[in-house]
Design a protein around this ligand. Structure first.
Ligand code: NAD
Ligand code: DAU
Length: 341
């Protein structure tokens, strides 16, 4: 691998991935991103002058532009992060999710096929497996767990996975899929649980917890997701799926209380609001395949990861205050106004 096209590299995980690769590998990166509300070039300001990095503004659904970018930059590998990624937004309206997450992936796969490239890695999610029962702790998602999606977001991601799989089987393309659990860390858009709660707490505003707060998520520090993707890129077997996770399940309410404690803010800021429709109860990843077969393991324990994340949000108020103004306010109003009970 020499030249990687990273799609969605201006978002949360993509921008962390670009920086992780530039620091730890000698690969060249072309970051291809549409710059939706979730894409932010400020995330990459410290690498924009790096000789091995280049940014191209573009939509993954624009086949001509993707094709041109691939040939102009002698791209041999595609890593697809580009997506509409927020479940609540997919409930408010699913069209963009179908277009970007499904059609966009199909476009990338076709360009990949027509140019005989070396590797295609689809960054997928554990949400494609649906929800686990909360009272059977031994049950976790393995790569063989059937797809059983709940939200338009997860349905669109599962569709993209199936398309990737079909190009592997039918066209014999060198395709890899990773499915990771919930990420947290610097540069996460404050519509997702951890950065939203941090921003609300730092502003002394109410923290909206859905339902009874007892939904469970399995949290992984974003850099560990990046190292997992690199491991799969280097050693993964084509046509295979690799789960990535850190064995780190938390009730939402406990995460929220921990954030308040670490910030020295009162629990009275917690506000229980109406539940997310179709809300998956529990996610938990079994990552033994990537650990045993490829030798990957997470490097960050949760206590360190959450401390680094809190420190970053404290020190970068300007970043999150800016992205939480304008358009974001409209979304917040639309998503939360009817939830207040
Ligand atoms: P994000 O919303 O922060 O970033 C998405 C990026 O994709 C943005 O930069 C946006 O501008 C870009 N984008 C959107 N539509 C595009 C299009 N049509 N063409 C080109 N670029 C486009 O998302 P994230 O949280 O960084 O997630 C990245 C990927 O990882 C997604 O595919 C998501 O499904 C997957 N994932 C996320 C998590 C998580 O916890 N956040 C966990 C597992 C997997
Ligand atoms: O599991 C991987 C997935 O994790 C990724 O594929 C998605 O892109 C990513 O958004 C994330 O999905 P979730 O729905 O799990 O993440 P979110 O941060 O939106 O919510 C986490 C939990 O917190 C979930 O149970 C809903 C709850 N929640 C969320 C918000 C935004 C609240 O209680 N209040 C909130 O305001």
């Amino acid at each position: 691998m020499k030249n990687i096209l990273v799609t969605g590299g201006a978002g949360f995980i993509g921008s962390n991935f670009v920086k992780y690769v530039l620091k730890n590998y000698d690969w060249n990166i072309v970051n291809y991103d549409k710059l939706t509300y979730a894409g932010n070039l400020e995330n990459l300001s410290d690498v924009e002058k790096n000789q091995r990095y280049k940014f191209v503004k573009g939509d993954i659904c624009d086949e001509k532009k993707v094709e041109f970018t691939v040939s102009e930059n002698d791209v041999d590998t595609i890593v697809n992060f580009a997506a509409e990624s927020h479940v609540d937004r997919s409930i408010l309206g699913s069209r963009e999710f179908v277009i970007t997450n499904i059609v966009g992936t199909q476009v990338l796969l076709d360009v990949f096929k027509n140019n005989n490239l070396e590797k295609f890695l689809q960054v997928s999610t554990d949400e494609v497996y649906g929800s686990l029962p909360e009272n059977q702790k031994e049950l976790k998602f393995t790569e063989n767990t059937p797809l059983n999606t709940s939200s338009p977001y997860s349905a669109s991601k599962a569709s993209a996975d199936l398309l990737c799989n079909s190009y592997f089987h039918t066209h014999k393309l060198p395709v890899l899929i990773t499915r990771c659990s919930n990420n947290y860390g610097p540069y996460q858009f404050p519509e997702k649980l951890i950065p939203l709660m941090l921003a609300k707490a730092l502003n002394d505003e109410n923290l909206p917890v859905y339902g009874d707060g007892k939904n469970i998520r399995d949290w992984l520090f974003v850099e560990d997701h990046c190292s997992g993707i690199c491991t799969v890129l280097e050693k993964g077997k084509f046509g295979e799926v690799y789960n990535i996770g850190g064995n780190n399940e938390w009730f939402n309410i406990d995460i929220v209380k921990l954030i308040l404690k670490l910030l020295g803010k009162p629990e009275s800021l917690i506000t229980f609001v109406k539940d997310r429709p179709g809300h998956d109860r529990r996610y938990a990843i079994d990552s033994s395949k990537i650990q045993n077969e490829l030798g990957w393991k997470p490097a960050n324990v949760f206590e360190d990861g959450i401390s680094k994340t809190i420190k970053w949000y404290r020190e970068n108020e300007q970043w999150w205050k800016k992205v939480m103004s304008g358009e974001y306010m409209k979304y917040y109003e639309q998503n939360y106004a009817h939830k207040i009970v």
